[in-house]
Design a protein around this ligand. Structure first.
Ligand SMILES: [Zn+2]
Length: 103
């Protein structure tokens, strides 16, 4: 079980390019993107999965996603969250992706 966000991002071990930050949430460009535009939106507090997140937090995550879409104006985009065996890092994270798949 790894937690990329607590272990590398919030610890400062890996430097990320921030897109948007609030008191509770950080959005940054994926360090090893799968899409031309690949943004990660994570709660700063350690929250394991979607099911552990409050509705308020989920709402705030989508507000941040909305602001990013407004700002970057991608032509087409998708907002995703993985759970269970689909979830790679054991810290809740959403993806905002756009453009071609690059790997
Ligand atoms: Zn964590």
């Amino acid at each position: 079980m790894s937690d990329f966000y607590c272990e590398n991002v919030f610890s400062g071990k890996v430097e990320v390019k921030k897109v948007k930050e609030t008191d509770n949430i950080l959005a940054f460009y994926h360090t090893n993107p799968y899409y031309e535009l690949h943004i990660v939106i994570v709660p700063k507090e350690h929250i394991l999965t979607l099911l552990d997140a409050s509705d308020e937090l989920i709402s705030e995550i989508f507000s941040v996603a909305k602001e990013i879409v407004k700002k970057l104006k991608p032509e087409g985009y998708s907002i995703r969250v993985n759970g269970g065996s689909f979830q790679d890092s054991k810290h809740l994270h959403f993806y905002l992706v756009s453009g071609e798949k690059i790997r």
